[in-house]
Design a protein around this ligand. Structure first.
Ligand SMILES: [Zn+2]
Ligand SMILES: [Zn+2]
Length: 311
């Protein structure tokens, strides 16, 4: 578990990054943009089989937060497309992490797609590493230090955001990212899992830190337990009470929130600088998340990756 010297109160850019990304469809829209180079509304719509209104909402949110930008598709400027900004391309590690987790923990035995490092031809796997020492980051080996002490407000809007069933997410094609998102892909679940990585275990602590209604928290925790991401355990010295702990399956998720936190720190922090400092305890340095091929040790960018969907 992540040990923090000082437990961070929810801090702004980190919060915002989960708000921008929270939602299963958002990840699938990003999958289309990053791996398939989709830029047109109709392309997203037909590839995903998503309702037009839902797609409009996702695209609007991604444009508002600088992940996508609208540009003309032709010189006359009549048709506009949605193009990834550099900030949007920076989400690659989060997508790779979600895909890898879906492959390892939410598979039905098939491998719906592969990410190949073009340079060496190997599959991209466990590629989230510490930017300083280039070693894979173990969730038990990171400490957080918060530089901002305040809680954010206004989460009521999350209450309306619901789970999207896996069958719907995979309507057009099977995908490990969709499988991961069917398990964790709503904003509240994301935030609960993030809190678990901060070391939070008890119902009232989740409730206090997230300002979440108790019925919603109860439902989300129940779902995460049935998905075997969390398990309940008796509280030491209070045998009638139970707390929530990450299972191995849950711990394996670490790279997803870590990549999102690192992205938020880099792109949404503004002039105040990152609200969270991540320290890789085994090398002792502050780090951000980096993508690196484990086979050839080279840093990997979007242009170095081939996305191969199984037929
Ligand atoms: Zn390191
Ligand atoms: Zn390689």
């Amino acid at each position: 578990m992540l040990q923090n010297e000082m437990l961070p109160e929810s801090s702004c850019s980190v919060e915002r990054s989960f708000e921008v990304l929270g939602g299963a469809w958002t990840f699938l829209v990003l999958r289309e943009a990053l791996f398939d180079g989709v830029v047109q509304f109709d392309g997203f719509q037909s590839n995903l089989g998503i309702a037009r209104e839902s797609l409009k909402r996702v695209l609007r949110r991604l444009v508002r937060h600088g992940v996508l930008e609208q540009r003309s598709l032709n010189p006359e400027g009549l048709r506009k497309g949605y193009f990834l900004t550099n900030q949007g391309r920076g989400l690659l590690p989060a997508l790779v992490a979600a895909l890898n987790w879906g492959e390892d923990w939410a598979s039905d035995g098939s491998t719906p797609e592969r990410l190949i490092h073009k340079e060496c031809g190997h599959k991209l796997k466990n590629a989230i590493v510490c930017s300083h020492c280039h070693q894979p980051v173990d969730p038990r080996d990171v400490s957080f230090e918060s530089r901002i002490k305040r809680r954010s407000k206004g989460r009521e809007k999350f209450a309306k955001m619901r789970y999207v069933e896996q069958a719907l997410l995979e309507r057009q094609r099977p995908c490990s990212i969709a499988r991961a998102m069917a398990t964790i892909g709503d904003p509240w679940s994301f935030l609960i899992i993030r809190e678990c990585f901060y070391g939070i275990r008890r119902f009232d602590a989740f409730q206090h830190r997230l300002s979440i209604a108790s019925n919603i928290l109860t439902a989300r925790l129940k779902r995460l337990v049935s998905a075997e991401v969390l398990r309940t355990a008796p509280v030491p010295d209070y045998p009638h009470r139970s707390e929530y702990r990450l299972t191995e399956k849950g711990l394996a998720l670490y790279a997803v929130p870590l990549a999102i936190i690192a992205w938020g720190d880099k792109w949404l922090a503004g002039s105040k600088g990152p609200p969270l400092l991540l320290t890789h305890k085994s090398c002792g340095h502050q780090f951000s998340v980096e993508l690196r091929c484990r086979s050839c040790e080279m840093a990997v960018t979007l242009d170095d990756i081939a996305y191969q969907a199984s037929a």
